[in-house]
Design a binder for this molecule. Structure first.
Ligand code: SF4
Length: 388
């Protein structure tokens, strides 16, 4: 039996992630009610042929993902783009920081297009370069900056990745965060973890053996991050006060009820969830880990999944022999991911057919150079796969 318990929201509504981009599409956006949208998208893709390569993030809507040449997490998609040097146009059905990463990892000749510039990421937006520079200056004033290695999650803007590159740090994903922290603690005695406090805390405590007391939270909206110099001296992990507006909403309080109503259910969650949720779950891991675990599970098994709803719905549809439920009915789609809809996709693709490049994402050369330093440090880490 396939079961997915969904919140009663029409597709397209969801958590408002408050993107500050708010960019309107220039040109004529097709009407969402145009019955020919699928045919138009197909025709544009055929017309562009191998000149275009379409990337679809796991959290995208089905109406868009059907046109993806490859699906995956953000890092896999950026690498897939880099592995297609002949593709002139990379149309990224994802959010802004992902398109930036694709631009960093692809050649100068390739152009990366985000069909809707308003598709941001609330988590990435929670760490602005100026705020991080101010935090670093405060750590210098406290005399600890020389001990701090900045590590940023892939889900951050290019200039934050570049900051980490410039200051001896690296990028990590949710799959290799433990390896990245092991590396970081060989370089210094403290880590500044950006921008997701939950991934940082979960990895530090559950994988690295740190205690919650070893972790402090830097709040960019408070003076000196809300921390005293003594707290900075004593801390081993300085967590940036950022979170995912989707994963951060799951609550541990739903889990006992689910266990009672679905005997044998296994709870599997993403490490962007709060520490209490991760502690109450059976398994925690990246998007790819969740997909692979459920694929490998025996028929008849039951799963409560704590990650983005579009992916959970797709897992349920793809595995009718298993019972797959959404962990929390009060949590909904990532609304900025959902901004990439069929009208925007058709508009971007048809513009390319007409010889007009719209919504190109370009990272400036200096930022790209230093962001690539941080990404390359991650790629040089031993072992683990590099997925988020
Ligand atoms: S699911 Fe969370 S981390 Fe991913 S794009 Fe949406 S807000 Fe950002």
């Amino acid at each position: 039996m396939t079961t997915v318990d969904l919140p009663l929201l029409p597709l397209g509504r969801g958590v408002d992630l408050g993107s500050e981009r708010g960019v309107e599409c220039p040109g004529d956006l097709p009407s969402a009610s145009d019955p020919d949208l699928v045919a138009r998208a197909r025709a544009a893709k055929e017309a562009l042929g191998s000149r275009v390569f379409v990337l679809g993030h796991h959290y995208q809507r089905d109406e868009v993902i059907q046109f993806a040449d490859v699906t995956g997490d953000s890092f896999k998609l950026a690498r897939e783009a880099a592995a297609r040097p002949d593709a002139e146009f990379i149309v990224f059905c994802g959010v802004h920081f992902m398109a930036e990463s694709a631009d960093i990892l692809t050649s100068d000749e390739q152009r990366v297009i985000l069909p809707d510039l308003a598709a941001g990421c609330s988590m990435a937006d929670m760490a602005r370069l100026r705020q991080v520079e101010d935090a670093w200056a405060a750590m210098e004033a406290a005399g600890v900056a020389d001990d701090v290695v900045p590590i940023t999650y892939m889900n951050s803007s290019a200039d934050i990745k570049a900051f980490c590159g410039r200051h001896g740090g690296a990028v990590c994903t949710s799959s290799n965060a433990e390896t990245a922290l092991e590396w970081a603690y060989q370089q210094g005695s403290k880590v500044l973890f950006l921008p997701d406090q939950h991934l940082g805390r979960n990895t530090a405590v559950l994988k690295m053996g740190l205690s919650l007391d070893d972790c402090v939270v830097w709040d960019p909206h408070r003076e000196n991050g809300g921390l005293t110099p003594e707290q900075l001296h004593d801390a081993k992990m300085i967590l940036w006060k950022g979170h995912c507006s989707v994963h951060g909403r799951f609550s541990e309080e739903t889990i006992p009820e689910l266990r009672a109503s679905i005997p044998g259910v296994q709870v599997i969650v993403h490490p962007e969830c709060k520490h209490e949720v991760v502690l109450a779950a059976d398994l925690v891991g990246s998007t790819e880990f969740i997909i692979q675990t459920i694929e490998a599970a025996p028929a008849g098994s039951a799963w409560a999944v704590g990650t983005e709803l579009n992916l959970v719905k797709r897992l349920a549809a793809d595995h009718p022999d298993k019972r797959i439920v959404f962990l929390d009915k009060t949590v909904c789609y990532c609304s900025t991911m959902n901004r990439i809809d069929l009208p925007h996709f058709v508009w971007a693709m048809e513009s390319l057919v007409d010889g007009v490049v719209v919504n190109q994402i370009e990272v400036d050369d200096d930022t790209e150079t230093w962001a690539k330093v941080a990404l390359d440090r991650m790629l040089a880490l031993p072992g683990k796969t590099h997925k988020d």
